[in-house]
Design a protein around this ligand. Structure first.
Ligand code: BDR
Ligand code: CA
Length: 321
């Protein structure tokens, strides 16, 4: 048990898989503040930034939060494809909007992310919730190496996909799926229980400049948040051609769905990932037909109680909703 989790009645053992990333940083802080989550470890992946930067950003966020959760470095590239590179126009050159990283003297653990996922799930059979908020490369590798693993995982609550809404990288594909569609398809086809927290709901989870303005100086990560989230909001404002400054809380919403699955309404559906289409690679193809031939493999989030989520998010991170 981590020091941040002492004295809590903890209901969910969680491994968070990140490509930190501004909203990943917010997801880490949210998980640390959730009294119902015991963070067993954080695994890292390429995505918003390269895997070493994601690892360094994760360690820096944990340091600022005063948490000694172990961090495990994971995949540097997709299973079968070339990595398309970082997205500095969304997350900044260093992945956290250019915010200064504090010196912390910590490193990632010697064990790699895939081995840690396997070891932790086998140590706590039926108890561990995996929360990938990045490409699902680490999970796919762990499942491929140990095919019994999906049957031992409590649930995967993943941020990714676009069930019945536009994508954010292509007209139909969301970034975490698009960045390694083969890995995502392996996870969806593995038989593991899945909650899919896609753009349908995460784009409704909007943090505004007005929220950020209420951030209290008493939280130790206040200046990192102001800078990182400010950068991320500018990126959203440009991309969404919006008058208002806001950003989507993609990754924190996936974490929130672990301990409060009533935040979103879900539908049980079959989901497959398109891995080949010239125009549709990375699409999450949800079978909405009443008599779908394939058995449902996911609880797909279709709507969000955004006021309740925002209230909880702001309270936990030192803001006012
Ligand atoms: C997802 O892609 C990344 O940019 C974010 O961190 C989030 O996990 C949103 O599509
Ligand atoms: Ca992410």
């Amino acid at each position: 048990m981590t020091s941040a989790n002492k004295h809590k009645v903890i209901l969910h053992k969680v491994i968070l898989d990140v490509d930190t990333g501004v909203d990943d940083a917010l997801a880490i802080l949210y998980a640390l503040a959730d009294p119902d989550i015991e963070l067993l470890g954080i695994t890292t992946c390429f995505g918003n930034v390269d895997v070493d930067t994601a690892t360094e950003n994760t360690l820096a966020v944990l340091h600022l939060a005063g948490a000694r959760v172990p961090v495990y470095r994971g995949s540097a590239a997709p299973l079968l494809r070339e990595w398309e590179g970082p997205v500095p126009w969304i997350h900044g050159d260093n992945g956290i909007g250019g915010a200064r990283r504090p010196a912390h003297g910590r490193s990632a653990e010697a064990m790699d992310a895939m081995s840690f996922i396997r070891e932790a799930v086998r140590r706590h059979p039926g108890e561990v919730t995996l929360v990938p908020v990045a490409r699902m490369t680490n999970l796919a590798k762990a499942f491929a190496f140990d095919p019994e693993l999906p049957g031992l995982v409590r649930r995967v609550v993943m941020m990714g996909g676009a069930a019945a809404c536009p994508g954010n990288v292509t007209p139909v594909a969301e970034a975490n799926i698009w960045g390694d569609p083969e890995a995502a398809q392996m996870v969806f086809a593995s038989g593991v229980p899945i909650t899919m927290v896609g753009l349908d709901v995460t784009m409704q989870a909007r943090l505004t400049q007005a929220h950020l303005d209420t951030l209290t100086d008493s939280v130790p990560y206040a200046s990192l948040l102001r800078e990182a989230v400010g950068f991320y909001m500018n990126a959203y404002q440009r991309a969404q051609q919006s008058q208002e400054a806001w950003c989507a809380l993609h990754d924190p919403l996936a974490v929130a769905m672990v301990s409060d699955p009533t935040l979103c309404r879900t539908e049980r559906r079959h989901v497959a990932v398109e891995t080949e289409g010239r125009l549709t690679a990375g699409m999450t193809v949800v079978d909405w037909r009443p008599a779908a031939p394939a058995a449902a493999n996911a609880d797909v989030c279709v709507s969000l109680d955004s006021a309740r989520f925002l209230a909880r998010f702001c309270e936990r991170l030192g803001m006012q909703a």
